[in-house]
Design a protein around this ligand. Structure first.
Ligand SMILES: [Zn+2]
Ligand SMILES: [Zn+2]
Ligand SMILES: [Zn+2]
Ligand SMILES: [Zn+2]
Length: 255
């Protein structure tokens, strides 16, 4: 295998492109923004994201969060979270918050997490895959065109509950704080969903991360070890963002 070396300016260009993709996602419609458009996009979107970020999780109401949804997490419609509407100038007051898919011709009206076993999505009790079911009219559930009324998987999650007892929850920062769940630091990136920490990437029953908002204020009044944990988590969350960027850049270089 041949080694390829990039000089520092090429590496910076790759890093800048990664940063651009994390910020813009598909909002440029497949055509790169000009520097002026990019500057204007950041001026508008970064403060809006910090203010109106939405957190998405999957779990049994009242239980642990079994899965935290990130930009690449797939929906029932087979598209990823980042392909759904995740930016709002004003957050709607209706609940549940519905995040429709933005992919052309997709009928998905609200993001809904689809559990996987390895790389394969879970099957419905009728043994069919989600894509064998057709989109329902009003509910988030997808109804089967044949003999089952809705997609209902008997698969048991790591938390011990069947998948059909779980729900996808979309919430604002204040709603999440009120529930005592972690909100992480403010990030300018698109569709970060529920990812607030390194441990957000593993299943909830493995992570069992501490509940509660860890602010500098609470840390100063808390135990020393808690501060240490928080700083470690901060470093790890930065590391994971860098890893994601570098994985993306590898694909860019390869393709
Ligand atoms: Zn969808
Ligand atoms: Zn879709
Ligand atoms: Zn079915
Ligand atoms: Zn679960």
């Amino acid at each position: 295998m041949d080694s390829q070396f990039l000089d520092s300016s090429a590496l910076k260009a790759v890093d800048d492109y990664c940063q651009y993709r994390r910020l813009v996602g598909d909002d440029d419609g497949g055509r790169l923004f000009t520097p002026e458009q990019y500057k204007e996009y950041k001026r508008k979107m970064v403060p809006q994201r910090v203010k109106n970020r939405l957190y998405v999780s999957f779990g049994v109401p009242g239980g642990i969060e079994c899965r935290l949804v990130g930009p690449e997490t797939p929906c029932f419609c087979a598209h990823r979270y980042k392909q759904h509407k995740t930016d709002f100038e004003i957050i709607p007051s209706e609940r549940p918050l519905l995040l429709p898919c933005r992919v052309k011709k997709c009928l998905c009206s609200a993001y809904e997490y689809l559990p996987h076993i390895g790389a394969a999505p879970v099957r419905c009790g009728c043994k069919h895959l989600p894509q064998d079911h057709t989109e329902g009219d009003t509910s988030q559930n997808i109804s089967f065109s044949g003999d089952c009324s809705e997609f209902r998987s008997p698969y048991t999650c790591g938390c011990g509950q069947p998948t059909y007892n779980h729900q996808t929850l979309v919430e604002t920062k204040s709603e999440r704080v009120a529930r005592g769940r972690p909100v992480g630091g403010d990030v300018p990136y698109a569709a970060m969903g529920g990812l607030t920490d390194f441990s957000s990437l593993v299943d909830g029953y493995i992570a069992l991360e501490a509940s509660g908002l860890l602010t500098d204020e609470t840390i100063q009044t808390g135990h020393k070890s808690r501060k240490c944990d928080y700083q470690k988590k901060k470093v790890l969350s930065r590391a994971i963002i860098m890893i994601i960027c570098h994985i993306q850049s590898t694909f860019i270089v390869i393709s």
